[in-house]
Design a protein around this ligand. Structure first.
Ligand code: URA
Length: 451
C-alpha cells in the first residue's frame, strides 16, 4: 500500500475498498502511516465525504481497534444517550440517574469540554473527589449496584477514534459529518448497548449550525446503529441559545441538582424528559412515548432519582453531601452582578460567546490536559423574548479575579442582546429562536416534532 496514492484517490473523489482502507488504518496504528499522511487523508474526507461502504469500514475498524464491552449478563436493557455538544448542556447529569431509576442500565461514557462546548466529565469532576477514570471492573460494579455509572473513554475503547479525534481537533477536520458520525458511534457501540438515544444540537452554539446538516448527521448515526443491531433514535434540539441558565462546570452541577429535585429551568427539564422518554421506550419500559414521558416526569418530581445520583457520587469517590448542600461545590471568589444597559426585549443569548467566555474565565481548555477552574462561568436571568429594564440584573459573572470579572462582564453584556421592543438586533432582521425540540429521527423516518 502506498499511502500517498490512496490519499490522492480519495482527494480526487474515488472510492476506496474495505481491504485497502482497513490496511491504511492498521498501518497508521502501527506507525507505518505518518500523522501528516493521516491529516491529509482526513482533509480529503472533509471535502469528499465517505461512501456508505467506506463509512462502514471506518466504523468497523474503529470499533475493532479496541474492546467491545459485554454487559449482557446484567439482565436488563442497557441504553445510553449522547449529545453532539453545546453550551449549558448538563442534561446527562439528571438524565442518567432518572432513566436508571426507571429500570434501565445506563453505562454512560462521556467526554471533556471541546472548544466552546462543555463536557460532562469536567462537570462531574467539579464535585469534590468524583472519579471519572474508573477501571472497567469498577464501571461494571457501578452498573450492577446502582444501574448507572458515568466515566470517560478508557484506553481500551475505540483507540483509533481517540487518535484521529486528537488529530482532527488540531488540523481543522472536526466538522465532517461522516467523521463525527463514525467517531461518536464507534464509542457508543463499544458500550455493549441495547439502545441509544442521540441529542443532535443545532444552531450557533453547536458544531453543526444548519438544520439540514444536523438532520443528516442524525440520519447517518441512526443508520449506523440500525446496521449494527443497536436501535437508535435521535432528537434534534436547539443550540441557538444555551440550555438552562448557567454555563460553567460547578454552576451546571447545581442546576442539574435542581432539575433532579423537580425544579430548575424549564428548557432543561423539557429536553431531559424528552430524551428520558425515548430511552424508556428503547429500553422496553414503556410501549410508547406518552406513558414514558409521564413516568419520567413523575419520577423526577418524586425525589428518587436524586438518591440514585447521590449513590453514584458516593460510589465514584465524590462528596455526596453536595446534593443537600450545593454550596460545598467549588465557587469562584468573585461573583459580579451584571445589569441591563437598556430597556427592551432580549433578542438572543449567544451560546458561542458564553461557551468561549467560560474558556476565557479558566473553566475550559485551550490546550489538551490543561487544568481548569471548576467554579467559574456565567449565570443569567433572562431568555430570548423576555422584557428587561435598564439597570435590572440580567446575570452574574463567576470569576477568579477582578480583571477576569471585567472581561466576563463585557462578554455577558454582549452575549445578551437587547433591542427596544419591536426592533431586532439580528443581522437578518429576525428575532426567531429555534424550537427547543425540532425533529425526531428513527431508522424509518424524519419527523418534525409538534408540541
Ligand atoms: N464528539 C465526538 O465524540 N466525536 C466527534 O467527532 C465530534 C463530537
Amino acid at each position: 500500500m502506498n499511502p500517498a496514492r490512496l490519499i490522492e484517490r480519495k482527494r480526487d473523489g474515488g472510492e476506496l475498498d474495505p481491504a485497502e482502507l482497513s490496511g491504511f488504518f492498521a498501518a497508521y496504528l502501527d506507525g507505518a502511516v505518518e500523522e501528516y499522511q493521516m491529516s491529509a487523508f482526513l482533509m480529503a474526507v472533509l471535502f469528499r465525504g465517505l461512501t456508505p461502504g467506506e463509512l462502514d469500514t471506518l466504523v468497523d475498524f474503529m470499533l475493532r481497534s479496541g474492546e467491545v464491552l459485554d454487559f449482557s449478563d446484567l439482565g436488563g436493557p442497557r441504553v445510553d444517550k449522547h449529545s453532539t455538544g453545546g453550551v449549558g448542556d448538563k442534561v446527562s447529569l439528571p438524565l442518567a440517574p432518572l432513566v436508571a431509576e426507571a429500570g434501565v442500565f445506563v453505562p454512560m461514557m462521556s467526554g471533556r469540554g471541546l472548544g466552546h462546548s462543555g463536557g460532562t466529565l469536567d462537570k462531574l469532576e467539579s464535585i469534590p473527589g468524583f472519579r471519572t477514570g474508573l477501571s472497567l471492573a469498577e464501571f461494571r460494579a457501578g452498573l450492577v449496584e446502582n444501574r448507572v455509572a458515568m466515566i470517560g473513554q478508557t484506553d481500551e475503547i475505540a483507540p483509533l477514534d481517540r487518535r484521529l479525534y486528537d488529530l482532527r481537533s488540531v488540523t481543522g477536520t472536526v466538522n465532517s459529518i461522516p467523521l463525527i458520525a463514525a467517531s461518536i458511534m464507534s464509542k457508543k457501540l463499544a458500550e455493549g448497548l441495547t439502545g441509544l438515544v442521540l441529542d443532535v444540537k443545532c444552531g450557533r452554539g453547536a458544531f453543526l449550525r444548519e438544520e439540514e446538516d444536523a438532520i443528516e448527521l442524525a440520519r447517518t448515526m441512526v443508520g449506523i446503529g440500525a446496521t449494527r443491531g443497536v436501535p437508535t433514535t435521535a432528537l434534534v434540539t436547539a443550540m441557538d441559545r444555551p440550555l438552562g441558565r448557567t454555563a460553567g462546570n460547578a454552576l451546571e452541577v447545581r442546576e442539574a441538582i435542581e432539575c433532579l429535585m423537580g425544579g430548575g429551568p424549564s428548557d432543561l427539564r423539557e429536553v431531559t424528559l424528552a430524551l428520558a422518554a425515548e430511552m424508556l421506550v428503547l429500553g422496553g419500559i414503556d410501549p410508547d412515548l406518552a406513558p414514558a414521558h409521564e413516568r419520567a416526569s413523575k419520577l423526577l418530581d418524586s425525589g428518587a432519582p436524586i438518591e440514585r445520583f447521590r449513590r453514584m457520587i458516593e460510589r465514584q469517590g465524590g462528596d455526596p453531601a453536595v446534593v443537600d448542600d450545593p454550596d460545598r461545590l467549588p465557587r469562584a471568589p468573585i461573583e459580579r452582578e451584571v445589569q441591563a444597559g437598556s430597556t427592551g426585549v432580549v433578542q438572543a443569548v449567544d451560546p458561542l460567546a458564553l461557551g468561549f467566555g467560560v474558556v476565557e474565565l479558566g473553566g475550559g481548555r485551550t490546550r489538551l490536559g490543561e487544568a481548569i477552574h471548576p467554579g467559574v462561568g456565567f449565570s443569567w436571568d433572562v431568555s430570548p423574548g423576555d422584557e428587561v429594564r435598564a439597570g435590572e440584573r440580567i446575570g452574574v459573572v463567576h470569576a477568579r479575579n477582578e480583571g477576569e470579572a471585567d472581561r466576563g462582564e463585557a462578554i455577558l453584556t454582549q452575549a445578551i442582546q437587547i433591542a427596544p421592543d419591536g426592533t431586532s438586533t439580528r443581522e437578518d432582521g429576525s428575532s426567531k429562536v429555534r424550537p427547543l425540540l425540532s425533529h425526531r429521527i428513527t431508522d424509518e423516518r424524519v419527523a418534525r416534532i409538534r408540541i
